[in-house]
Ligand binder design. Structure first.
Ligand SMILES: [Zn+2]
Ligand SMILES: [Zn+2]
Ligand SMILES: [Zn+2]
Length: 353
């Protein structure tokens, strides 16, 4: 994620901020400029200080629910491009459901930020019912709508996220039950949207599909049976070829897990790079950890360069977390087979730049 700053007073801002604490300016995110801007009220809307074109802006309708700070131009509709993709949202009559929605929206907007940076097509199902993308946030406490799934997953561009995942204590319990080393809301979004982009980018092109199968396996293997087998007897040596144990359940899941992991890497690298992170260990024998993180991971063609900056960084941050008694930030090991799959995703996405 970029570090944003107020165009009026230079205060450092966060992606979700709606108000500059220093100068009091209202703030809004401009999707086509991929930036957060201080706003000046006009008679009918706002002028954005980051937008030299002088367009008139207004807030997405979900701004009034404190879940979105994105802007729309003139007469574009009521919801921003990120919120327009929602189909079902939690029941806002209940405070904890509203809090869950807020967490879900923060994660979803962070996801859409990366999709914009990657220059991927972002098309809502409203625009294109067949090939578009849409989100359902389902709460088991409410009645699940007839046209929706009850559990987290993806089907033909329809992503479902269980709103219970927004509550840290519930999510942690699920993580322990599933014996996972990592479980986050943003991870779910990245994983499920990975299935959608597999349909869009891999399934539609024979050459890409053949290369995918050579690396990830043949996705025509029976999905239900593969998952059942995975839950009965998880693969023992999954670490040799997969980024997570779940990735070993079926080639589609391997793709989605690896895709999500790719997005973890680029987001983290962009943040570190924005801060100009560099490591120069005191002890000469640790010099292999010396690195200066200075890459734009959304436009850097050599994936191995990216890993050369990323891996020492994760090692250092893991040790910082341990100093504070926190679990590792990055509880993963990237074996050569996984690097190869990540690199395949990198090459495929570079075609979209
Ligand atoms: Zn300010
Ligand atoms: Zn919005
Ligand atoms: Zn999946």
């Amino acid at each position: 994620m970029k570090i944003f700053s107020c165009q009026k007073c230079q205060q450092t801002l966060l992606f979700e901020n709606t108000l500059c604490e220093q100068c009091g300016s209202q703030l809004g995110f401009i999707p086509d400029l991929i930036t957060l801007s201080a706003l000046e009220p006009t008679e009918t809307g706002f002028r954005a200080l980051a937008d030299a074109s002088g367009r008139e802006w207004r807030y997405c309708d979900n701004h009034k629910h404190n879940v979105c700070n994105w802007l729309l131009e003139g007469a574009e509709g009521d919801l921003c491009m990120a919120c327009e993709m929602n189909r079902h949202i939690p029941n806002l009559g209940r405070i904890e459901q509203h809090q869950a929605w807020q967490q879900l929206e923060f994660a979803k907007h962070q996801l859409v930020y990366s999709l914009l940076q990657l220059n991927l097509p972002i098309i809502s199902k409203q625009e294109d019912p067949e090939d578009g993308l849409s989100f359902d946030f389902i709460s088991e406490e409410n009645v699940v709508p007839e046209d929706a799934q009850a559990t987290t997953g993806h089907a033909l561009g329809q992503v479902t996220i269980n709103a219970a995942e927004a509550k840290a204590s519930d999510r942690e319990e699920m993580r322990e039950n599933m014996q996972e080393s990592y479980r986050t809301l943003i991870g779910h979004f990245r994983h499920e949207v990975g299935h959608y982009y597999w349909d869009q980018l891999v399934a539609t092109d024979e050459v890409t599909l053949a290369s995918y199968r050579a690396l990830f396996g043949d996705e025509r293997a029976n999905y239900g049976e593969s998952l059942e087998k995975h839950y009965e007897t998880p693969l023992e040596n999954w670490q040799d070829s997969f980024v997570s144990v779940y990735a070993s359940s079926h080639p589609w899941e391997d793709w989605a897990e690896t895709w999500a992991h790719y997005l973890h890497i680029v987001d983290t690298l962009e943040t570190a790079s924005q801060f100009g992170f560099s490591l120069s260990p005191l002890e000469p024998q640790q010099s292999q950890l010396a690195v200066m993180v200075n890459i734009n991971p959304y436009r850097h063609s050599n994936f191995e360069d990216m890993l050369a900056q990323y891996l020492p960084l994760t090692f250092a941050v893991n040790m910082l977390n341990r100093s504070m008694g926190q679990p590792d930030l990055y509880p993963f090991v990237l074996v050569p087979a996984v690097r190869e799959k990540l690199s395949f995703i990198h090459e495929l996405l570079a075609q979209e730049w």
